[in-house]
Each structure stands twice: as structure tokens, then as C-alpha cells.
Write a protein that binds this ligand. Structure first.
Ligand code: ZN
Length: 498
């Protein structure tokens, strides 16, 4: 082929950008589905998303990619493996090779089935009726198996799915990491189970004031509202439509104000990562996040390491009190902090505290591997769910709504996704330690309302690299150690002495 590497690279980047633009249209439709779409729109939306998934697939498997990548792979443009060109070529090759193994029929079918299954799941959950969802879960598991087989793997099908979310991490490595984490968490959780807690903050917190307080917090941590917006949805999330358009959906409760604050900080952590990516690299791997786990590390870092720190509340508690004078004037800062630092094993993942949260994830990791391997059939899921909750957390959900129907992930076709949450906690602890080693203790800065030092450090050391490094390489570069849970356990033991 008579094309020089420079020309090939230019064309490759153009193709990659167009593909990203196309998938950002699907992202926008999905955002709308969660935030605005009426229930009657579901069939049309499923068809729209299936068509877009098919079109994206056609573009992603264009044989032209292969030709261009082959020219580049043998050129001097990629001789420095950390250069943007080398990173883009490496990651686009990885994406192309995976995508071209997927039949278009499978891609469209997955988009259609998961779009419909989400509505079935939502109704099943509302009515506490697992039986109507079980056949859909069966279809989703069957599609996940097909996808794993098409992608190919050296280990298990689960490895093939995991690789899409957390490149370079294997099921075996996760199992070891999580076994250690479970062993360290179990005695901590057991100690807290013995204690009864009555320091809940159940008062009335008007929603409009919660929104105003949230905007204030977001502005103080330098979240850029020129390039973002807030809405509300049933399930909080953050999605990035493009470099100037990050969408955060929040959920507020009239009686539990703290849940809203921590959700806000969580989603802002995601949003700051997206806003920290280099816009010049938009549409290419150098302008994308490393992995789900690393994305989650950013949200967890802002939620737990910043948002639960003494300094954060020294700064924000007076503002909070003046926002909700009737509810909080007689609640001291100490009493407030005790209420938010409550540790209490319960059945619901999204309500879980920092200590018990990871066990919710480890339970899902076990169950989805068993479902995928066929060791567990969807019909038996509710029983298996209750058994593991009893074993790991000492609680038994009252019904399937607060049991195996609580999360949307499997209905969305996300199998192999949950581990990212626990990985995020593990990475966040290591990253926060590294930041403090370099910047000094951050608590005083937080107390003074200064979050810019941490935000810039994260942008400089993590965000601006795009996909230059794998998540474990980033952790190693920052800490000199492989990912491991000891920093997280130290942090939890310090904050929650038993
Ligand atoms: Zn998250």
C-alpha cells in the first residue's frame, strides 16, 4: 500500500474520532433514556440504540483500520511506546481486534435485549417479582457467553469480559486481591455488627436547598460548569458526551441529605476525570480514561477520602448548617461526623458504608462468575444471593427487591463490571497516599476550602495521560507497588477504630 506512516496516522485518527462521535450519539440517547424519556419511548429507543450499535460496529471493523495499523506498527512513529502515536496505535489495534471478532448480529442483539431488559427489570424490582426477570437474565448470560467466546481468551470466559472493563487484569489476579481484602474486612465488619448505632440524621432537608448546596460544593472543588450540567434521575450516574459536555445525574432524598452529598462527590470525581482528559486528544485512546476501575478510583477518592475527611467538613459544615438551620443548628460538627461515619452491614449496596461496601462487590463477583460458568442457573439466584449475604455480611435481605433485583447492571448486560467498584476503592487508597506523600497532609488545605492542589495533582499524574498506561502501571508509577488492598485496610482501620 502506497501510503506513508504520517498519512496513515492522520487517517487513522480521523476514523477513530468519527467512531467516537458516533458512539457519543448513543451515549446521549442513553442519558436521555435515564433522565427524560417517557416510558412509552422504550421500544423506539431500543431500536435506535441497536441501529447505532450496528453502525458503530461496522465502522469499528472497517478493514481500512487493519491496513493503516499495519503500516504504522512497522514504522518509526511508534518506536517510543509512551508516545501518543504508539499509545493510540496499540489501543486502536486492541479495540479493532476485539470488535472484528464480534458478529454484527450479536452486537445488535445485545443492544436490543439489554435495552428491553432494563424496563423488565425495573418493573420486576418495583413489584418484587424476580420470576419475570429470570428469563431475561438467562438471555443476557447467554449473550455474554457468546461475546466472551467471540472475543477469545487464554483463561476463562470471565477473563474475556473483564478485559473490556479492566484491560490487563485477570480473573485470577482479582480473586487473589479480593481474597486478601475479604480476609481483612471480615473481622472489621464483624466487630461493627456487634455495635448498635443510633446516630442517624433523619430530618427534613428541602430538595431545592440540597441542590443549591451541591452546586456550591461542586464549584468549590473547581468542577467546571461551563462544561457540565446537573440533572436528577432514579439512579445517579455521570456520562461524558464530549470534552465540553459532562452530564451528571443526581438523586436527592428529602430525609437523608448525606446520601445526596456523597453521591454528588462520587459523580463529581468521575466528572473531574473526564474534564481532566486532554481535549486535544478527544476521540482517541490518548484522550480516554484508562479503565473502569481507575475511573471509579477517582469517584471514590472524592467521595470517601476527601468527602469524609475532617477538613472537608470543617470547611463545609458551617455552610451546611446555614443551609439547613432548622435541621442542623443543634447538631455539633462531631455529632454530624459520627452520623456520617456510621458502619452498619445492610442488604443494599448503594446504601453501604465505606467498610462493608467491598463485600457487596465480592458477593457479586462470585455470583456472576458462577452464572457465566453455568455453575449457577438464574432460577437459583435469589437463594444463592441470600446465602452469600448471610455468610459475608451477616444479613439476609427481606425480599428480592432488596436482594438480587437491587442493581441494574446485569439487566444492562454489564457482566464483569462490578469488580471495578472494589478495585476503585483499592486504587483510591493507594493514590490518595501517593498524593499526600507528594503534597503533604491535605486535611488543612481542605479545611481552608482548598481542593485545587489535589485536583491538579490528579489531572497531572492520572487524567492527562489518557490510556498511556494500564491501571496497574499507574499505581506502580505513583506508589512503587503493585495494586494491593493494604493501603485501603490501613485507611479504614484508622478512620473506623474498633
Ligand atoms: Zn462510580
Amino acid at each position: 500500500m502506497s501510503i506513508n506512516p504520517e498519512q496513515a496516522y492522520k487517517e487513522l485518527i480521523r476514523l477513530a474520532r468519527e467512531e467516537t462521535l458516533l458512539s457519543s450519539c448513543a451515549d446521549l440517547l442513553e442519558w436521555d433514556e435515564e433522565v427524560f424519556m417517557p416510558a412509552g419511548g422504550v421500544k423506539q429507543r431500543a431500536e435506535q440504540l441497536a441501529l447505532l450499535a450496528g453502525l458503530s460496529h461496522d465502522r469499528a471493523t472497517d478493514p481500512r483500520y487493519d491496513e493503516l495499523l499495519s503500516v504504522l506498527e512497522s514504522s518509526s512513529l511508534v518506536s517510543d511506546p509512551e508516545s501518543p502515536a504508539a499509545v493510540n496505535v496499540r489501543e486502536l489495534r486492541r479495540g479493532f481486534d476485539r470488535e472484528r471478532r464480534m458478529p454484527r448480529r450479536l452486537v445488535e442483539e445485545s443492544a436490543r435485549v439489554t435495552s428491553l431488559a432494563q424496563k423488565i427489570w425495573a418493573t420486576a424490582r418495583r413489584k418484587n417479582d424476580y420470576k419475570t426477570f429470570a428469563p431475561w437474565l438467562e438471555r443476557i448470560i447467554a449473550l455474554a457467553r457468546e461475546e466472551a467466546d467471540a472475543a477469545g481468551h487464554n483463561g476463562t470466559r470471565y477473563d474475556a469480559l473483564l478485559d473490556d472493563y479492566e484491560p490487563g487484569v485477570t480473573t485470577e489476579q482479582l480473586s487473589q486481591l479480593f481474597a486478601r481484602l475479604t480476609a481483612d474486612l471480615t473481622p472489621l465488619v464483624a466487630a461493627f455488627r456487634e455495635r448498635s448505632s443510633n446516630s442517624r440524621l433523619k430530618k427534613r432537608f428541602p430538595l431545592d436547598r440540597q441542590r443549591a448546596f451541591s452546586q456550591g460544593v461542586a464549584s468549590t472543588v473547581d468542577f467546571d460548569f461551563e462544561r457540565a450540567r446537573f440533572d436528577t434521575a432514579q439512579h445517579p450516574f455521570c456520562t461524558s458526551i464530549g470534552p465540553g459536555d459532562v452530564r451528571i445525574a443526581l438523586r436527592f432524598s428529602g430525609t437523608d441529605m448525606t446520601a445526596g452529598v456523597f453521591t454528588l462527590l462520587h459523580e463529581i470525581g468521575h466528572g473531574l476525570y473526564d474534564q481532566g482528559l486532554d481535549p486535544a486528544h478527544y476521540g482517541t485512546p490518548m484522550g480516554e480514561a484508562v479503565s473502569l476501575g481507575l475511573h471509579e478510583s477517582q469517584s471514590r477518592l472524592w467521595e470517601n477520602f476527601v468527602g469524609r475527611s475532617v477538613g472537608f467538613w470543617k470547611h463545609f459544615y458551617p455552610v451546611l448548617q446555614s443551609t439547613f438551620p432548622t435541621a442542623l443548628n443543634k447538631v455539633s460538627l462531631d455529632a454530624f461526623r459520627q452520623a456520617i461515619d456510621r458502619v452498619e452491614p445492610g442488604p443494599i449496596r448503594v446504601d453501604a458504608d465505606e467498610v462493608t461496601y467491598n463485600l457487596h462487590i465480592i458477593i457479586r463477583f462470585e455470583l456472576e462468575r458462577a452464572l457465566l460458568a453455568g455453575d449457577l442457573v438464574p432460577a437459583d439466584l435469589p437463594g444463592a444471593w441470600r446465602e452469600l449475604y448471610h455468610r459475608y455480611l451477616g444479613v439476609t435481605p427481606d425480599d428480592d427487591r432488596s436482594g438480587c433485583l437491587q442493581d441494574a447492571h446485569w439487566a444492562e448486560g454489564l457482566i464483569g463490571y462490578f469488580p471495578a467498584y472494589a478495585l476503585g476503592n483499592i486504587y483510591a487508597a493507594q493514590i490518595f497516599d501517593a498524593a499526600e506523600r507528594e503534597l503533604g497532609t491535605l486535611d488543612d488545605a481542605f479545611a481552608a476550602g482548598d481542593f485545587g492542589g489535589l485536583r491538579s495533582w490528579l489531572a497531572e499524574n492520572i487524567h492527562r495521560h489518557g490510556m498511556r498506561f494500564r491501571s496497574h502501571q499507574i499505581i506502580e508509577r505513583l506508589t512503587g507497588k503493585a495494586p494491593d488492598s493494604s493501603a485501603l485496610i490501613e485507611h479504614l482501620s484508622r478512620r473506623y477504630p474498633v
